[in-house]
Design a protein. Structure first.
Length: 178
C-alpha cells in the first residue's frame, strides 16, 4: 500500500513540476512583452527583460528536472525489435511510445525555452527577426510534456511490476522441482 502512495506522489511531483515550468514560461513571455520595443514588419528592436530571463531559466530548469525525475524513477523500458514489440505487454508498449514522444516534446520545448531565455540575456538592445511567443509555446509544451512523462512513468512502473510477477512464479516452480 505504501509503495502505491509513492507512485502517486512521484506522478504528482512530475505533473506539478511541469505545470509550474509552463506557468513560469508564460509569465516570462508576459514580462518580455512589457519590455520596450520597436517593431517594423517582421524586424523588431527591443530591450531585454531581466525578469523574463530569470523566469525562462527557472522554467527550463524545472522542465529538465521533471524529465529527469520521470526517466530516472520510471526506469528504462526499451523495445529493440518488431518481434519484441509484438510480444510485449500493453504497458511496455505504452511506455515505449510515451518514452519517444516525451523525448521529442522535451527537445522542442527545451529548445524554445532556451532560445526565448537567451534572447533576454543580452545587456544591450537586440534587433532582428521577431521571435515572438517562443516562451509561451515552450510553456504549453511543458504541459504536454507533463502528460507524456507521467504516462511513461506509470506505464514503465507497471511494466516492471508485471515482469517481476512473471519471473516470481517461474523461479518458485524451479525451486520446488529441484
Amino acid at each position: 500500500m505504501a509503495t502505491k502512495n509513492i507512485y502517486y506522489l512521484v506522478g504528482l511531483l512530475i505533473i506539478i513540476t511541469d505545470v509550474v515550468a509552463g506557468i513560469l514560461s508564460i509569465e516570462a513571455e508576459i514580462a518580455q512583452n512589457k519590455a520596450k520595443n520597436l517593431r517594423v514588419w517582421i524586424l523588431e528592436c527591443r530591450d531585454p527583460s531581466h525578469e523574463a530571463f530569470k523566469l525562462g531559466l527557472a522554467a527550463t530548469i524545472l522542465l529538465t528536472l521533471a524529465h529527469v525525475t520521470a526517466f530516472m524513477l520510471g526506469g528504462c523500458i526499451c523495445i529493440w525489435s518488431k518481434e519484441e514489440l509484438d510480444q510485449s505487454s500493453n504497458n511496455k508498449q505504452l511506455a515505449a511510445a510515451s518514452h519517444v514522444l516525451s523525448w521529442v516534446i522535451m527537445v522542442i520545448a527545451f529548445s524554445m525555452l532556451i532560445s526565448g531565455t537567451l534572447s533576454n540575456s543580452r545587456s544591450r538592445q537586440n534587433c532582428g527577426i521577431s521571435n515572438n511567443h517562443l516562451l509561451s509555446i515552450g510553456g504549453i509544451l511543458c504541459f504536454v510534456h507533463g502528460l507524456f512523462a507521467v504516462a511513461y512513468y506509470i506505464s514503465a512502473t507497471a511494466a516492471t511490476q508485471e515482469e517481476k510477477k512473471l519471473k516470481q512464479p517461474a523461479s518458485a516452480t524451479a525451486a520446488a522441482n529441484a
